[in-house]
Design a protein around this ligand. Sequence first.
Ligand SMILES: Cc1cc2nc3c(=O)[nH]c(=O)nc-3n(C[C@H](O)[C@H](O)[C@H](O)COP(=O)(O)OP(=O)(O)OC[C@H]3O[C@@H](n4cnc5c(N)ncnc54)[C@H](O)[C@@H]3O)c2cc1C
Length: 476
Amino acid sequence: MPEKMLQFIRLSQENPEKRAVKQRREDFSEIYRSFDTSHAAAQASRCSQCGVPYCSVHCPLGNNIPDWLKMAAEGRLEEAYALSAETNNFPDICGRICPQDRLCEGNCVIEKDFESVTIGAVERFITDTAFQEGWVKVPRPAHELGQSVGIVGTGPAGLAAAEQLRKAGYQVHLYDRYDRIGGLLMYGIPSFKLEKEVVLRRWRLLEEAGIHFHMNVEIGGNKSFASLQARHDAVLIATGVYKARDIGGPGAGLAGIVPALDYLVASNRRNLGDTVEAVDAAGKNVVVIGGGDTAMDCVRTAVRQGAKSVKCLYRRDKANMPGSMREVKNAEEEGVEFEWLSAPEAFLGDESVTAVRAIRMRLGLPDASGRQSVDPVEGSGFTLEADLVIKALGFDPENLPSLWDVPGLEVSRWGTVKVKAFSFMTALPGVFAAGDIVRGASLVVWAIRDGRDAAEAIKHYLAAKVSGQSTQAAAE
Ligand SMILES: Cc1cc2nc3c(=O)[nH]c(=O)nc-3n(C[C@H](O)[C@H](O)[C@H](O)COP(=O)(O)OP(=O)(O)OC[C@H]3O[C@@H](n4cnc5c(N)ncnc54)[C@H](O)[C@@H]3O)c2cc1C
């Protein structure tokens, strides 16, 4: 074991510095500063190089974390980047927005007594250094292949699949209804978590690699799915999930009650310099309903827009919320107030909302899935002033078979596209699917994993198609 490692005994955990709260509240820049070289090496050297690396086991991409930590500790950053890029198309993105507290870092063996290695921050440092030093190369293929693949959706699933297929030599065409790539990376996740240049620099590399981007093209809108099937040898559906779950009850239709993604997309567009009619929280009392990543992004966006007050209503307690604890802490630091164990009952106001009437909840017994039920506490109603209410209750898939007029595309009872185990192929031959549209709303790292796996399956399918054609030609 090299002396460089196992330093957790001597060194405490350090995260990259966060910008001052006052400054953070006033702009949309990322809140974490980068490690410098010596801090990155020192923090990487805390890794215990344990026999069974639970960090890798719990990383959906199976990243070789202990190996690239060791390289970073030894100053071998170019090798560290090469190794991390072998299993992950976008380590710079994952280093910023993966919920490491629930994945790699949450399972680090030194976590219990010494606090985990700061894996995400080191991953980000390695990749940002690689970009600065010019080590990140255009993913050009060694040779060209004639077959083409059409991919619907430029989110992390579609982009990861596109890069893998292009590296293998296929002609790759990406279609997206938006004008910029990235899906939720570009328009959902705010830039205080992920600055947009990080996504845009990937776009430039993929374009240079010869991937064709067809932006402002909506399948089922200005282009039919059938035309894609006719044009390409295989098609991948990576469209994510966008149908917002709604909330009913008295006053639910009042003005000033908006879906989370409309709010976030408009804010992101405005920060990118687009002219949009955006709902603005400036000077308003804002109430966000929900407890996931989307809700956390809304409350923190409202703070930055200059809201008078920002409150988050969540029907379970802090321990049971689905969002990352790191993001809750950031939100609390920035002045967001949380009303745990609270649910809305009605929205008050004449034309526009002026208040939310809510009720306290209590956790009950676990149901069949093991999740505790939540029940209202009688007589515990309370009212919160609100001129803007943001609904962040999760997303479901659109009904693709009817929207795209492909009745043969099988979907589950939740509307997610059904794929065959391991092959990622849908019920339609040559049509594959990956990412949130298969899993339901999930994480970027899972979308990358699915995109990579789907690309492998597509390669096998296309290779078999070619050898089938040549066998047939030989027989004729
Ligand atoms: C607000 C918010 C914050 C999040 N924060 C995090 C986080 O911090 N960390 C994390 O790991 N995950 C986070 N997630 C989840 C993560 O963003 C998603 O799991 C991931 O982006 C899914 O990737 P995808 O490629 O499947 O789909 P998407 O990223 O949704 O991309 C789908 C793409 O398909 C395009 N598309 C859809 N329909 C059509 C059509 N008919 N024609 C053409 N194009 C179409 C869309 O325009 C989009 O570009 C967050 C999600 C949200 C909503």
